[in-house]
Design a protein around this ligand. Sequence first.
Ligand code: NAD
Length: 265
Amino acid sequence: DKSARVKVALITGAASGIGRGIAFRLAKDGMHVALNDLPSSREGLVAVAEEIKRVAGAKECSLHFADVSSEEQVQKMIADVVETYGGLDIMVANAGIVPTVPFLETPVELWDKVFAINVRGTFLCYKYAGIQMVKQGKGGRIIGASSLAGKSGVGDLLGAYAGTKFAIRGITQAVAGELGKHKITVNAYAPGLIDTPALKEFIEVKAKNANMQPEQFFEAFNASVPLGYAGTPEDIGGLVSYLVSEEAHFITGQTRMSTDLYKRG
Ligand code: NAD
């Protein structure tokens, strides 16, 4: 249908890492991208938007500052996107934090914070995007951010984080069952090792614990994945680009990443 409007994608946590990579890719695919991050990341998000307009040739690129753990702010963000573009077709609930602490030293405040941002944030984005998509009546695509830590609870220092990423995988699968009748698919990516600022922080803590230099630890970590190197935000951008395409209309309830295995032994 030539008269159909350009697809609109909202990406949370787009000032950095994976969210930034997804935003770039969807803009290159010709979509309108609505970018979200915290007000404290204003500078970073403005820079990403400028780069997207320049490099990806995006026609539209709007900024939506909101904390995804706030119901009021998520509702307002989605209303703003709909007001700006006339609708919402793709929701990428990417924003998340990765606390790296020994389980026995995890304060309850940190536990609550990571669940508020990662799990409640995903719930709110799925819910209010879903309500809007059902209202539009033309289907839609919802994508969440799980992790290898949400499939196998791999490694140490990630107890609270792993709990949130298992939750996201479960929510994704369950909600896909409910929204299928509206032609809305719900999937998640579950990367093991993607080179981003969050991963760098994680590596620093792990390296310190292992009495290693971060570079040395990163090298050893890279060797533990099948291809022997960390993926990039662009790799996740490619996966999301496929999951939101027409071709992927029959894929739902899946949590995928092509390199989600660790070598054994
Ligand atoms: P990152 O820290 O580089 O980027 C995350 C962005 O989210 C930041 O810009 C941050 O400001 C934003 N953010 C944090 N809290 C927010 C909130 N309450 N509201 C709105 N925005 C908020 O992280 P990343 O590595 O790009 O990770 C992105 C997602 O992918 C996360 O959900 C993470 O758990 C997941 N993930 C990453 C990896 C990896 O290897 N990098 C692996 C598995 C899963």
